[in-house]
Design a binder for this molecule. Structure first.
Ligand SMILES: [Zn+2]
Length: 409
């Protein structure tokens, strides 16, 4: 069945009219070709579209379920720049400038699904390399239960959220599913009588009842300014996209002191590193200790196909690498491949988590600027399930492979 697709340039390219005036068959062919590449990619659920210029062609690859895959389409060398120009016009960029990096944005609707596409162009040896990042906007109906946390962890997270104010940090490397966790937490605490606001460079979900904004580079509405203006509106719940500097984190901590639930996304390898990152940003340890409610650290891994995963007994020698004892008769699982998973051995994604809930003792260590190792040891002693432990538990249940767990940490 033919799918209906509509493109919508987010803002007018300085050359949009020039693009429209070209009516030669050749150009129409290019427009159709590019539109088809994008259409096929989003139909397959691609998260990125890469256009990589080589000497005599333009290689097109799409990222689907984390892996790059070549698109079988021939773009002759003499039409490379026409293809890029079509994307530039769509993304609101200047087609006359080819020697500078540019970024842009456009939208499309595919069968009533709204999709946002962020374009980044960089000049390279054989032409302009282009990456289009695809954001599928969806209504956030994902509750905390669907995140895949263990019952105990879920209960601790809920308890921390029910305090009604404080700083909640959702951390992990890029692509670890932090936004999904943050939005699920917003939904958990949102009630009709409260004000929930969000500010994020990329808005992934429409949350009913939540007012969301994003920075606009062209109109000089910056990220830091956005956070400040969100806080001025005095929301009960504030979600802040990506904390990267002292200015951002200070605004977030002030919000937490003003008795708000402030949820922030931040890059960090583990929850204890997140503490260090914030102190390194120049925040006084006592301010952090006094406002911090929870740190979550997470990874997103390939989920094994239930149909074909293969159990095998955990070897003794892996116990050493894990650093803790596995139960007697513990099993892990290998991927295999079947019709249900298109022979990949995987189906969907699964998250692993670490949840740090500060105690009085842990806060004392933070204020005393104790080394990270002692903070980590103390947290584990108090019952913190580390990312590794959560991953290994999920590997024993056949959700993910033990190799993916260890590689992700
Ligand atoms: Zn399978």
């Amino acid at each position: 069945m033919a799918k209906k697709i509509e493109f919508e340039a987010a803002k007018k390219s300085p050359n949009a009219d020039a693009g429209k005036l070209r009516t030669s068959t050749e150009d129409k062919g290019i427009v159709q070709k590019v539109d088809k590449i994008i259409q096929e990619a989003v139909k397959e659920g691609a998260t990125e579209i890469h256009l990589e210029p080589l000497q005599d062609t333009l290689v097109i690859r799409t990222r689907i379920k984390g892996a790059l895959k070549s698109v079988d389409i021939n773009i002759p060398a003499d039409t490379k720049s026409n293809v890029i120009n079509r994307i530039k016009v769509l993304s609101g960029m200047d087609i006359t400038r080819t020697k500078i990096p540019q970024s842009g944005f456009f939208k499309l609707t595919l069968d009533e699904r709204k999709i946002e596409l962020y374009t980044y162009i960089m000049p390279t040896l054989h032409g302009e390399a282009t990456i289009i990042k695809v954001q599928y906007k969806q209504s956030a109906t994902l509750g905390l239960e669907q995140l895949g946390m263990t019952q105990n962890m879920l209960a601790s997270f809920r308890k921390a959220l029910s305090r009604g104010s404080g700083l909640y940090l959702i951390t992990g490397p890029p692509g670890s599913g932090k936004r999904t966790t943050a939005y699920a937490a917003v939904l958990e605490v949102s009630k009709p009588e409260i004000l929930a606001m969000g500010f994020d460079p990329m808005i992934k979900y429409d949350v009913p009842g939540m007012i969301q904004g994003k920075p606009e580079e062209k109109s000089e509405f910056t990220f830091a300014e956005g956070i400040r203006s969100v806080m001025k509106q005095e929301p009960d719940v504030a979600y802040i996209g990506d904390i990267t500097c002292q200015e951002d984190i200070r605004a977030a901590i002030q919000g937490a002191f003003a008795r708000r639930v402030v949820l922030c996304r931040m890059s960090a390898n583990d929850s204890i590193n997140a503490v260090q990152n914030i102190i390194d940003m120049g925040v006084q340890p006592f301010l952090l200790a006094a406002s911090l409610s929870v740190i979550i650290n997470q990874r997103l891994l390939r989920k094994l196909c239930k149909n074909c995963r293969q159990p095998y007994p955990a070897e003794k020698n892996i116990q050493k690498e894990l650093g803790f004892r596995l139960p007697e008769g513990a099993k892990f699982f290998h991927q295999k491949g079947c019709d249900a998973c298109e022979n990949t051995g995987y189906s969907g994604l699964a998250a692993i988590y670490e949840l740090y809930v500060p105690s009085e003792e842990l806060n004392k260590l933070i204020v005393a600027k104790a080394p990270l190792d002692s903070l980590r040891q103390r947290a584990v002693k108090e019952g913190m399930i580390s990312l590794k432990m959560d991953g290994i538990t999920k590997a024993m249940r056949g959700l993910v492979t033990v190799e993916d767990v260890l590689n992700s940490i």
